[in-house]
Design a protein around this ligand. Structure first.
Ligand code: ADP
Ligand code: MG
Length: 558
C-alpha cells in the first residue's frame, strides 16, 4: 500500500509526460471508484500504463527507415546521434519500475533477436493502453491476460502460416537491408550486408548458440579510411607488437601456445619481505627464479612452441631466454581475443606453463605485423575453427559507432538467419494481417476474452500507424487502405514508406525475419501481462460487500 501511495504521486508526473508524448490521447481523468483497494489497484494500473506510454512516446518517432534521429546528451556532455530505439532506451535514465520493465524487455529482444526493439516497446505500451481501456468498461485484468494469451498463440501460428523460406542469398540480403534501412546510407548498408553474410557463412558450421557472432567476431574500429572500406578479415587482428624486435615479425605457420596468465616471478612481486641476512641470499633467490623461468621456457621449446601469446606480463629475465629458444612472444591480450585465438588454432588456454601438455598447443597458418592507421597490428590466421575481425572504418568516433552498431545488427540477423531463414512481409503488412485475422477469430472464443483479443488486434496496428506517421502520411487512411488491399491481394501487401506505395513486400524487398516478429510479439505480451498481474493481485483483494472495518488499524501497522 505504501509503495502504491508513492506511485500515485509519480503518476501525476508520468501522466504529464505521456500527455506531452502523445498529444492525441486525452489526459487520464481522476479515478473515483468507491472502494479504496480497488482505487489503489486502478491507480497503479493507470500509473503503470502511463509510464509505458511515455517511454513508447520517446521512441515512436524512430520507427522505420523514415524515423527521425534522436540526439542523446550524456551527463559528461558526450553526444550520441541515433535512430536506434534500444540505444535511446538504454541511454535514458528512467526510474519507474514499469518503464524499466519495458527497457529490459527491449534489451531481451536485442539479445535474442538483435532487431525489433522499438517494435517491442511500442507493442507493449499499446497492449497496456488497450488493457486499461478494457478495465474501464469493467473487464477484469485476469480475463484480459487470458485473452492476450489466446491472441498471442493464434498470432504466432498465423506468423508461421504466412511466412516464407528464404530460397537464396538475395532474400537474406533483402532481410538484412530491411533491418539496416534508414540507419545508414544504402551503399554502406550493402558493404555491411556482404560482410555480415560472409561472417555468418563462416560461423554456420560452428557449435554454440546465438551469441557466437559476438564471441567469434572481433570488432576493431579504425580511425582512417572511408566507412565503406570496412572489411571482414578471416583471422584475428589485434593492436600489438611483439615483445622482442629481433624475433621474426611474420611466419607461414607453426606451433602456438596460449597462456591464461603470465610468465612472471610472482614470488618476488608479492612477497616483499625476504630477509636478506647475507649477500648470498638475494642472489640465491634471483638464481632460483631464473631457473624456474628457464624450466618453463625449456618446456615450451620442447613442445615445439614458436609463438607464445600470454594474457598478463612476461618477466624481464624471460625475454632473453624466450628469444634464445626461438619463441616469438606477444603479451597482454584481452581474454576474448585469447579465446578467439583458441578457436582459430585449436590451442587450449593454459594457466600454468609447467603443466602444458602436447595436446594443449595449437597450430596457426600464418602471422604477420601490419600497420593500420599508424599503429602496428598483429594478424594471425588459423584453420581449426572460425574467428574473424571486422575492421570498421570511419573518420569520426560518431561515424564509427554508427557503423559498428549497424554491423552488429546486420551480423546478428545474418547469423540467426542461417539457423532459421523464414521471413515475413515488412512495412506493417504482417501486423495488419494479424489484426484482421484476430478480429475474425475473436468471435470463436468465449465471453469477454473476445474483447481482449480485439484489444490485442488493435494494439498491433501501432506498427503501421507509426511507420505511416513517421513518413508524414495519414495513419488512418493508410491503415484502411492497407486492410482493403489485403482483403483483395493477401497478407503480403504493405506500405513502402520510401515511395508511399502500397505494394507486395516480397517484390519490394521489404522483409523481416520470422524470429524477430515472433520474439517481439511474445516479449511484448509477456511484459504487458507482467504489468497486468500487479493490478490483478490488487483486484483480488477486493471482496465486494464485505467492507474491512479494521482497515485503518492495519494500514497504520504497515
Ligand atoms: P525496430 O527497432 O523495431 O527494428 P526499426 O526502426 O528498425 O525498428 O523499424 C523496423 C520496421 O521498419 C519494420 O517493421 C520494417 O518492416 C519496417 N521497414 C523497413 N523498411 C521499410 C520500408 N521501406 N517501408 C516500410 N517499412 C519498412
Ligand atoms: Mg530494426
Amino acid at each position: 500500500m505504501m509503495v502504491l501511495k508513492g506511485q500515485l504521486h509519480q503518476h501525476r508526473i508520468q501522466s504529464e509526460a505521456s500527455a506531452r508524448a502523445n498529444p492525441m490521447s486525452s489526459p487520464e481523468p481522476e479515478v473515483n471508484l468507491e472502494d479504496t483497494d480497488r482505487l489503489e489497484g486502478r491507480a497503479a494500473l493507470v500509473n503503470n500504463v502511463n509510464a509505458a506510454l511515455a517511454l513508447a512516446g520517446a521512441v515512436r518517432s524512430t520507427l522505420g527507415p523514415r524515423g527521425s534521429d534522436k540526439m542523446l546528451v550524456g551527463e559528461g556532455g558526450e553526444v550520441v546521434v541515433t535512430n536506434d530505439g534500444v540505444t535511446v532506451l538504454e541511454t535514458a535514465k528512467v526510474e519507474h519500475p514499469t518503464a524499466n520493465l519495458l527497457i529490459s524487455t527491449s534489451s531481451a529482444q536485442d539479445r535474442l533477436a538483435r532487431d525489433g526493439t522499438t517494435t517491442t516497446v511500442l507493442l507493449t505500451a499499446e497492449l497496456l493502453r488497450n488493457a486499461l481501456e478494457l478495465t474501464r468498461i469493467g473487464v477484469h485484468p485476469s480475463v484480459i491476460m487470458n485473452g492476450y494469451r489466446i491472441a498471442l498463440d493464434e498470432a504466432l501460428s498465423q506468423l508461421a502460416e504466412i511466412s516464407r523460406e528464404a530460397a537464396d542469398k538475395s532474400e537474406s540480403r533483402a532481410v538484412i537491408a530491411t533491418a539496416l534501412a534508414g540507419k545508414i546510407d544504402t551503399k554502406l548498408a550493402s558493404v555491411l550486408t556482404d560482410m555480415a553474410l560472409d561472417a555468418a557463412a563462416a560461423l554456420a558450421q560452428e557449435e554454440g548458440g546465438g551469441d557466437l557472432e559476438r564471441l567469434r567476431v572481433k570488432r576493431l574500429q579504425v580511425a582512417s579510411g572511408k566507412a565503406s572500406d570496412s572489411e571482414i578479415v578471416h583471422g584475428l587482428v589485434i593492436r600489438k607488437q611483439r615483445l622482442d624486435f629481433t624475433t621474426p615479425s611474420a611466419s607461414d605457420g607453426g606451433v602456438i601456445a596460449l597462456v591464461d596468465g603470465g610468465l612472471e616471478n610472482r614470488e618476488l612481486m608479492l612477497d616483499a619481505e625476504i630477509e636478506v641476512r647475507s649477500l648470498g641470499v638475494l642472489a640465491g633467490f634471483h638464481q632460483r627464479t631464473r631457473e624456474k623461468l628457464q624450466t618453463q621456457v625449456d618446456h615450451l621449446a620442447s613442445l615445439g612452441v614458436e609463438l607464445l601469446c600470454v594474457r598478463d606480463g612476461i618477466a624481464d629475465e624471460a625475454h632473453v631466454m624466450l628469444t634464445a629458444a626461438g619463441i616469438t612472444v606477444y603479451r597482454r591480450f584481452e581474454r576474448e581475443d585469447l579465446e578467439r585465438l583458441a578457436c582459430l588454432t585449436g590451442a587450449a588456454m593454459v594457466r600454468d606453463v609447467g603443466r602444458m601438455s602436447a595436446s594443449d598447443v595449437g597450430e596457426y597458418s600464418s602471422r604477420s605485423e601490419e600497420k593500420i592507421e599508424n599503429s602496428w597490428h598483429l594478424r594471425i590466421d588459423g584453420n581449426r575453427g572460425a574467428a574473424m575481425t571486422a575492421l570498421l572504418r570511419g573518420t569520426t568516433p560518431t561515424m564509427r559507432e554508427e557503423v559498428s552498431r549497424a554491423f552488429d545488427d546486420a551480423l546478428g540477423v545474418a547469423h540467426r538467419l542461417s539457423a532459421e531463414s523464414s521471413f515475413l512481409p515488412g512495412g506493417g503488412a504482417t501486423q495488419i494481417h494479424l489484426a484482421r485475422h484476430l478480429r475474425a477469430y475473436a468471435p470463436s472464443q468465449k465471453g469477454r476474452e473476445q474483447l481482449a483479443i480485439e484489444g490485442f488486434a488493435d494494439a498491433l496496428e501501432i506498427i503501421p500507424r507509426a511507420l505511416a506517421e513517421n513518413a508524414g502520411l495519414d495513419p488512418i487512411d493508410e491503415i484502411l487502405e492497407l486492410s482493403s488491399a489485403q482483403s483483395k491481394n493477401g497478407p503480403w501487401i504493405g506500405l513502402d514508406v520510401m515511395s508511399g506505395d502500397k505494394t507486395d513486400m516480397a517484390s519490394a524487398g521489404i522483409i523481416d525475419p520470422l524470429f524477430v516478429a515472433r520474439q517481439a510479439l511474445t516479449g511484448a505480451t509477456e511484459a504487458a501481462i507482467t504489468v497486468l498481474r500487479i493490478d490483478d493481485v490488487l483486484w483480488a483483494q477486493v471482496e465486494p460487500g464485505t467492507p474491512d472495518w479494521n482497515s485503518e488499524e492495519s494500514e497504520d501497522e504497515i
